[in-house]
Ligand binder design. Sequence first.
Ligand SMILES: Nc1ncnc2c1ncn2[C@@H]1O[C@H](COP(=O)(O)OP(=O)(O)OP(=O)(O)O)[C@@H](O)[C@H]1O
Ligand SMILES: [Mg+2]
Length: 284
Amino acid sequence: MADQAAKLRQKLIGVHSHYHAKTIAIVSGKGGVGKSNIALNFSLSLASKGKKVLLFDLDVGMGNIDILLGKSSNYSIINLFENNLSIYDIIEIGPNSLSYVAGGSGQDHIFYLDEERLHHFLGQLELLMREYDYIIFDMGAGVTRETIHYILAVDECILVTTPEPTSMTDAYSMIKHVLLQQPIKFHLIINRVKNKKQGVDIMNRMNSAVKRFLHHDVIPLGTIPDDSAVTDAVLAQQPFLIHNTKSKASVAIEHVANQYLGEPSTKSDDSGFLNKLRRLITER
Ligand SMILES: Nc1ncnc2c1ncn2[C@@H]1O[C@H](COP(=O)(O)OP(=O)(O)OP(=O)(O)O)[C@@H](O)[C@H]1O
Ligand SMILES: [Mg+2]
């Protein structure tokens, strides 16, 4: 039944329509730096500006987008394979009409797919690529043998770090690890800054280290203050952008989203993501 729905949908969309979703991975070196909160609130901000956004929780075994939203999801990505459902059965709708796919435990299934399941998964992603403006993956911390495929396949990464030296060092190692394999477009968000000056300072330090030692540019996307409104929102199980629209963190994430949308688009190869992902997974 679900399979039929997907087929019908594919027919309606037509075989000639182009993919146009831009794929973004939200990554970090160290854990707990604010990726999931940023992924969710950045997605909500884009959605509030009329973009069609799908947020995909890919944090292996520890997904928590639904917890941040105060929802208990009926399905997660696992059901796509185990119950042979279509992707449309597992997409949930959040505030601002944001679509999301919840994480769940044991999610590493999606990183170990046999030929048949991989084909099914990529086919479903292909449908999504035609439908959304942005597909945003909330990744776990660091790079693993499994998540690297997604990080190398997406159009761009948004790297999150805090001003803590440990977080910055890990962020740098993460960029280095990825850039040694492939040049990739990296945006940078500095989260939990004390003040604007500290944010700018950290941004400049990261940027110049990457430029000097890795000969690559990172694109500054903005800084987000350390704000108790974020913890309040997490406790209330509401996205901070909705819990307190006027909080400093909310104003900052809006600014980040505006900055992001204001950049000239560099998307050139509109089937790049799926082809790269297929190649990276099957080469493994
Ligand atoms: N700007 C901020 N101001 C204050 N607290 C923050 C801010 N950003 C994040 N936090 C705190 O950090 C916690 C962790 O955030 P989050 O879960 O988004 O991090 P993460 O990088 O996704 O973690 P993980 O690596 O485990 O996936 C939040 O629950 C919140 O308490
Ligand atoms: Mg997270």
